[in-house]
Design a binder for this molecule. Structure first.
Ligand SMILES: Cc1cc2nc3c(=O)[nH]c(=O)nc-3n(C[C@H](O)[C@H](O)[C@H](O)COP(=O)(O)O)c2cc1C
Length: 361
């Protein structure tokens, strides 16, 4: 299949209609950073705002979804992590010593090894179903068929995340409505679920056209798209839509702390890396001395245990505005992020991309 500007425009219009929005432009769900204010501003500007609620208990999911609804009557998306096998806790891991040294730097008691788990997935799904989020997106795998069937029966539009063509085929077989192609430039956790993450570091430029050719579903390009140039390029590769995360990190509606935002503003183009230091799962973020030390000295605990183990450290660092111990997810396009209100940014990016696609340069 080849992509002409006409077929791209048609695919984009079809996806927008399915999502119930004006433009097939999605603000990425960003656990801990996307806010109801951000999602509503994007939806009000004609895109699809999303909330990443993977870490949150059902009541918090309900509350945030209600808040979005107070701010917009347009469609929005809720996003969860597909359930993961619960790993065993290794109380003797050298990681505890590494974390104890970091705790000491901040004057905290040494960490106490304890198991940590995500809220029960089925209850999170109940909360999603109680909300009127039109779109349900997910990453890290494929939720059980019974869950997808419940969501589908309730009329929700399903978007799954794939980092390889193989994963896209698995998602297509599971019956999703569209696939978010997550290129290796992307900020945040790798969505990889069908093989080692190192084998799934495919850039957006290579991933999107191969996925478009392989599956019969709309493909949403994500990873490294920061402005009209990137969006237009993704559409020319055959993407029906786009999903941008890092571009929204500096918006006034962003939940990123001041220290995180300051670090983003002074980040270099080569300042990100894929690290497991904070959650145990590979994620692209700003590389720090602490993330380097963790990766060099001990194997991070498996996800989500490392997330639980670093929670007190990250919380104390956030409270003190100390970026040394923060997880600061960001994609490779980080230096192109701007402090512009989310609605204004959405309108400007959509208009710029459309102009370029019409040949306006
Ligand atoms: C701070 C941050 C948090 C993220 N959290 C999630 C999440 O909770 N769920 C998800 O599906 N993707 C998450 N992502 C990944 C995005 O969905 C998307 O793949 C990525 O932002 C696209 O690349 P870009 O950051 O270069 O735009 C996150 C990304 C960032 C930057």
């Amino acid at each position: 299949m080849t992509s002409s500007p006409q077929s791209s425009a048609l695919a984009s219009a079809r996806l927008a209609a399915r999502l119930g929005v004006e433009h097939a432009f999605i603000q990425a769900p960003m656990a801990g950073v996307s806010t109801p204010e951000m999602a509503a501003a994007v939806s009000n500007a004609g895109g699809l705002g999303s909330l990443g609620v993977g870490y949150l208990p059902p009541d918090a999911v309900r509350q945030l979804a209600r808040r979005v609804r107070e701010l917009t009557d347009r469609p929005f998306a809720l996003n969860l992590f597909a359930p993961q096998p619960a790993p065993a806790l290794d109380a003797d891991s050298p990681m505890w010593g590494v974390l104890a040294r970091a705790h000491a730097t901040l004057g905290l008691e040494p960490p106490r090894p304890s198991a940590w788990s995500l809220p029960p997935f089925d209850e999170q799904v109940d909360a999603v179903l109680e909300s009127d989020a039109r779109v349900f997106s997910f990453t890290f795998g494929i939720p059980p068929a019974s869950v997808l069937a419940r969501l589908r029966a309730a009329g929700r539009v399903l978007l799954g995340t794939a980092t390889t063509v193989h994963e896209a085929r698995l998602l297509e077989a599971a019956g999703v409505d569209g696939i978010v192609a997550q290129g290796s430039e992307a900020g945040g956790h790798r969505g990889t679920f069908a093989g080692p993450f190192e084998d799934a570091m495919v850039g957006t430029l290579a991933l999107v056209p191969q996925m478009v050719d392989a599956v019969g579903l709309p493909v949403v390009a994500s990873g490294g798209l920061m402005d009209g140039r990137g969006i237009a390029a993704a559409r020319l590769l055959g993407a029906a839509g786009v999903q941008l995360g890092t571009a929204f990190l500096l918006c006034p509606e962003s939940g990123a702390s001041e220290a995180y935002q300051a670090a983003l503003r002074s980040a270099r183009e080569d300042g990100t890396g894929v690290i497991r230091a904070f959650s145990g799962r590979p994620a692209r973020g700003l590389v720090t001395d602490f993330s380097r030390e963790v990766e060099a000295s001990a194997a991070p605990l498996p996800f989500p245990l490392q997330h639980g183990a670093t929670t007190p450290l990250r919380a104390a660092a956030a409270a003190r505005g100390d970026a040394r111990f923060l997880a600061m997810w960001a994609g490779q396009g980080v230096t192109l992020a701007r402090r512009v209100p989310a609605g204004e940014l959405t309108r400007a990016l959509v208009a710029d991309a459309e102009r370029r696609l019409r040949g306006g340069g």
